[in-house]
Design a protein around this ligand. Structure first.
Ligand SMILES: [Ca+2]
Length: 105
């Protein structure tokens, strides 16, 4: 398993990161699911995104946009898809728009 410090450079360096979006999305969502049940709890999502450098208010807004369940969790697949959309060129009207104000790349 990789650590937050190990994947941070991929977020901050779009050229290095570009070709590996899918791998990054899966690695990041896996970090959010240490117990392997396929669900990511709100507090852990916030911790990981804050570690990357996003603003907390934007992170909460993004989480809500991703459609949490009754127990305030999202699925790994939802998050991975959101990450891929966020880094795809010319995407608009997506959950990742919530992060534009704090975009790290
Ligand atoms: Ca989990």
């Amino acid at each position: 398993m990789i650590t937050v410090d190990e994947f941070r450079p991929f977020v901050l360096d779009s050229e290095r990161f570009g070709p590996t979006i899918a791998e990054f999305a899966e690695a990041l969502s896996a970090l959010g699911d240490p117990d392997g049940d396929g669900l990511i709890e709100h507090p852990l999502f916030v911790s990981l995104m804050a570690a990357i450098g996003f603003e907390e208010a934007n992170i909460h807004a993004l989480f809500d946009t991703l459609g949490p369940d009754a127990e305030d969790r999202i699925t790994m697949a939802t998050w991975a898809a959101g990450i891929k959309d966020y880094y795809a060129p010319d995407m608009a009207g997506i959950p990742g728009d919530q992060l534009v104000a704090a975009r790290a790349v």
